[in-house]
Design a protein around this ligand. Structure first.
Ligand code: HEM
Length: 206
């Protein structure tokens, strides 16, 4: 797991366990690496794009000809690619804990931030997994940018229906969490002005 050098904190190692995740008041709240910042923004922009594409494509008329199928296949292909990036992001995050939050943050905000972040990770994993498994359970073979995957088509309607419902419901929960996350970011940027936004905007370290 991480060393003090990795987290970039001189404060966290002196804190009792229950206070880990918060630095002392006035401690510089920097410390994300370039990899962390790059992964965060790649996944954030791609997930937003995929939510937009998903919501748009399901309203396409069924008589839209091959265009509708092409958009579904595009959504699936980008989604599978993004799913792999998300797995890499989650694995990377497990090995590299976030730097501590400013000690000036109230305890409830620290807890809310941990809850939101874990929930966001859960949702971004569930989304591509349910999309992929649901597509495998449909009557159509899954294509990756035009290349038909060797898994075949399982054609399992009950499972397809269940996974579609989870995929759609999880997209709604994910959208709400993203709004809460953006609200918290704006609070840090405009009200608390504690540097928490800036540390995810410009990498402090390699
Ligand atoms: C992070 C990745 C993904 C995001 C954010 C995402 C998002 C969405 C959204 C917002 C919708 C519309 C939901 C609604 O009706 O409210 C949707 C539908 C759909 N998605 Fe995804 N998706 C992702 C990955 C995937 C993957 C990997 C696949 C398949 C390989 C996939 C297959 C589908 C399909 C087939 C639909 C149409 C509804 C259904 O039959 O389930 N998605 N997606």
């Amino acid at each position: 797991m991480s060393s003090q050098a990795e987290t970039g904190s001189l404060v966290s190692s002196r804190l009792p366990a229950r206070e880990l995740g918060r630095a002392g008041a006035g401690a510089p709240p920097h410390g994300y690496t370039r990899t962390a910042v790059a992964l965060h923004w790649i996944v954030a922009i791609a997930v937003l794009g995929m939510i937009g594409l998903g919501l748009w494509m399901i309203d396409l008329p069924k008589d839209a000809g091959p265009f509708r199928a092409e958009m579904y296949n595009l959504h699936k292909s980008i989604g599978m690619t993004l799913g792999l990036i998300i797995f890499a992001r989650v694995a990377w995050r497990f090995a590299h804990p976030a730097p501590p939050l400013p000690g000036t943050m109230p305890r409830w905000q620290v807890l809310a931030s941990h809850f939101t972040h874990y929930a966001l990770y859960a949702c971004i994993v569930i989304q591509p997994v349910t999309g992929f498994l649901g597509s495998l359970c449909s009557p159509y073979p899954v294509k990756y940018f035009g290349y038909t995957l060797a898994f075949g088509s399982w054609d399992f309607p009950a499972a397809k229906e269940f996974l579609s419902i989870v995929h759609l419901a999880n997209a709604s929960v994910l959208s709400i969490l993203i709004l809460v996350h953006i609200g918290a970011v704006l609070h840090h940027l405009l009200v608390a002005r504690d540097g928490v936004f800036q540390r995810m905007w410009i990498a402090a370290r390699d």
